[in-house]
Design a protein around this ligand. Structure first.
Ligand code: GDP
Length: 425
């Protein structure tokens, strides 16, 4: 028993180390973008003064960490420096890392749903990695001994269902789908009833991300919510928005738009491998007050993991997690207390008598939502300046996907600061 447990721990440790290595590798560009500048400030200043803090602030804002989050991080750093009588700029680094970690703490109950009977709706615009994330999550929960079911509620594109079916096969979990053009709510109805009948622990619903107008999107999500509330009122509910880490500040705009139509309980941040804008993870979490729960660092099934702010900051600053844990003052460390899911807790008390049927008539009347042909980012009625910013960003990315920040630094900083100001005005 003891040996088995040790082996399990070893396997977990190996998995953690390998994901950490991939995270570290994935954050290389972000590291070059932020940490190099921070190191230059630490080595370039001999005293800790206002100018020192201003330089740090500028680097964090330029690294897409966001104006509010940056202010809080710097304020916390100032307090630590004062309280610990720090005199040398280089000695601030650990406190700065701690301050960023604290800025990103996920609530203690963030992963409770993994142990309960849960329905997780995955939303977001097209191309951000929704389907891929559903597949990866299905694989993860299944490997943890959970009984998983996937619902393909993106019935607008036949390809979406096919893609999800591939993932279902890879993760070895069943899937409920509908024909192309079917009412997505009817797929949800079938899936929820199948979940009840089969005693499923985790129902993952992939939704359509095509460019709706906001009103129709809201209606569609409401309709799905109504069905779930009525058919499975006891299920734990989560709504995760998937955001593409390479889109920087625009990811935040998308989250805000979706936040207006659905109560977001978590964020899945994808494509953190190969982005120079990984700092957005800090901004999103602290600006929206919605926790980043998972992070994607590649296209393979094992490339999605729980988001651990401490690992993220260690990986960003290229510090081994163990070494960091030893050197950080106890007073500043906040440990994350999340326990592993216990499959034994998750036995459904539903019986199999309630077999899935066709969608109820009330919910089948609605026709396919009208679609905005506007092809910019998250689409619907966003302010013109946001659409313009997204279009510019997209054009630059397409011209040179590996583009580094080459613009004039002052100009760029001004743009970034004005972005954040406008976002909250
Ligand atoms: P959806 O339209 O939102 O469902 O997006 P998809 O799941 O189809 O993903 C769009 C593309 O992003 C696919 O090529 C995925 O392989 C890719 N992708 C998704 N997540 C990640 C990630 O974490 N890293 C990388 N590099 N690619 C990803």
């Amino acid at each position: 028993m003891g040996e088995e447990w040790n082996q399990e721990m070893d396997a977990e440790d190996r998995e953690h180390k390998s994901f950490f290595a991939r995270l570290k590798e994935g954050l290389t560009k972000t590291r070059n973008n932020i940490v190099r500048g921070i190191d230059n400030v630490f080595s370039g200043f001999s005293t800790i003064d206002e100018e020192f803090y201003e330089e740090l602030e500028e680097i964090l804002v330029m690294g897409d960490i966001g104006v509010n989050a940056t202010t809080q991080i710097i304020d916390r750093l100032k307090t630590q420096v004062r309280e610990n009588h720090i005199k040398q700029p280089a000695d601030c680094k650990e406190f700065l890392m701690q301050s960023i970690k604290e800025q990103m703490q996920v609530g203690e109950n963030a992963y409770d749903f993994e142990r309960e009977q849960s329905i997780v709706m995955i939303i977001g615009v097209n191309g951000v990695g929704k389907t891929t994330s559903v597949g990866k999550l299905a694989g993860k929960y299944k490997a943890e001994g959970r009984k998983v079911l996937i619902a393909a509620a993106d019935t607008f594109r036949a390809a979406a269902g096919d893609q999800l079916a591939e993932w279902a096969k890879r993760a070895d979990v069943p899937m409920v789908g509908g024909k192309e053009g079917a009412d997505p709510a009817s797929v949800v109805y079938d899936a929820v009833n199948a979940a009840k009948a089969r005693g499923v622990d985790m129902l993952l619903i992939d939704t359509a991300g095509r460019l709706h107008n906001k009103k129709n999107l809201m209606e569609e999500l409401r309709k799905m919510n109504r069905i779930i509330d009525r058919e499975f009122p006891n299920a734990h509910r989560e709504n995760f928005i998937v955001l593409d880490g390479t889109t920087g500040q625009n990811a935040l705009v998308q989250a805000r738009e979706f936040g207006d139509v659905a109560e977001l309980t978590g964020i899945i941040l994808t494509k953190m491998d190969g982005t120079a804008k990984g700092g957005i993870a800090v901004a999103i979490q602290s600006e929206l007050q919605v926790p980043v729960k998972y992070i994607g660092v590649g296209e393979k099934i094992e490339d999605l993991q729980r988001f651990d702010p401490s690992d993220f900051v260690d990986a960003l600053f290229d510090v081994e997690p163990e070494a960091q844990a030893e050197t950080v003052p106890e007073s500043v460390v906040e440990t994350e207390t999340t326990s592993e899911p216990d499959p034994a807790e998750a036995v459904s008390d539903e019986t199999a008598s309630d077999a899935p049927t066709a969608a109820e008539p009330e919910d089948t009347e609605e026709t396919t939502p009208a679609v905005s042909e506007e092809s910019s980012g998250s689409g619907w009625t966003m302010p013109a300046w946001v659409l313009e910013s997204i279009a510019q960003e997209e054009a630059a990315r397409q011209a040179d996907p590996d583009r580094e920040q080459e613009d004039d630094a002052d100009e760029e900083k001004k743009e970034k600061v004005s972005f954040w100001k406008k976002l909250w005005s």
